[in-house]
Design a protein around this ligand. Structure first.
Ligand code: IMP
Ligand code: MG
Length: 215
């Protein structure tokens, strides 16, 4: 089973006053739960683990937009650093897919994949799917079954976060950054109705903000 860094349910996190948070979000957040620096350090290690397992083959890194874009960019930077500083290196190409399943803070049953016609180009490739967070697992399971129709050679999934929740289908990614409590998280490209992507740290949203940004 994939190893991960566990953020406990009773994790106190960090007071907002100790970090730089955009003024426009100051009243919307309960606490910082994963500071940006810790995200980066964990991502560096994930890059090393991935290259150790998948190295030697050309990798197509598939970014699940929009939430995955920060993690995708930072993970690939670390993989590039490994590639240019060691004897072994792997060619890396990128692809993007857009998936939408959320409304307010609830996962909806319909998982919409936009830009799916590009998937046929993944036939015969070693694909690394890069995702921000797995909650019920439905998004990833839908994506994996779509992808399997294109006959890729290998598919691995890396998710920065996995939520500990009774709503989980039991699906676990191959690589996991952090296992997090069952709260709604924002920041580092994770959004609430499109807000909070412009926040560096991963934070817990307060109830007031859920109302304020509701659609
Ligand atoms: P799943 O299909 O329930 O596993 O949900 C996966 C998708 O829902 C993720 O790719 C996110 O876009 C979104 N999501 C789930 N939990 C959160 C959260 O706490 N904050 C922001 N987005 C979330
Ligand atoms: Mg996502």
């Amino acid at each position: 089973m994939a190893s991960f860094l566990e953020i406990a349910d009773d994790e106190k996190g960090y007071d907002l006053d100790h970090f730089c948070v955009p003024r426009h979000y100051e009243n919307d957040l309960e606490k910082v739960i994963i500071p940006h620096g810790l995200i980066m350090d964990r991502t560096e290690r994930l890059a090393r683990d991935i290259i150790q397992d998948m190295g030697g083959h050309h990798i197509v890194a598939l970014c699940v937009l929009k939430g995955g874009y920060k993690f995708f960019a930072d993970l690939l930077d670390y993989i590039k650093a490994l590639n240019q500083n060691s004897d072994k290196s792997v060619p890396l190409t990128v692809d993007f897919i857009r998936v939408k399943s959320y409304r307010n803070d609830k996962s909806t049953n319909s998982v919409k994949v936009i830009g799916g016609d590009e998937l046929s180009s993944l036939s015969g490739k070693n694909v690394l799917i890069v995702e921000d967070i797995v909650e019920t697992g439905r998004t990833m399971q839908t994506l994996l079954s779509l992808l399997s129709e294109c006959n890729p050679k290998m598919v691995k999934v890396v998710s920065l976060l996995v939520k500990r929740t009774p709503r989980s289908s039991g699906y676990r990614p191959d690589y996991i950054g952090f296992e997090v409590p069952d709260s709604f998280l924002v920041g580092y490209a994770l959004d609430y109705n499109e807000y909070f992507r412009d926040l560096s740290h991963i934070c817990i949203l307060n109830d007031q903000a859920k109302e304020k940004y509701k659609v």
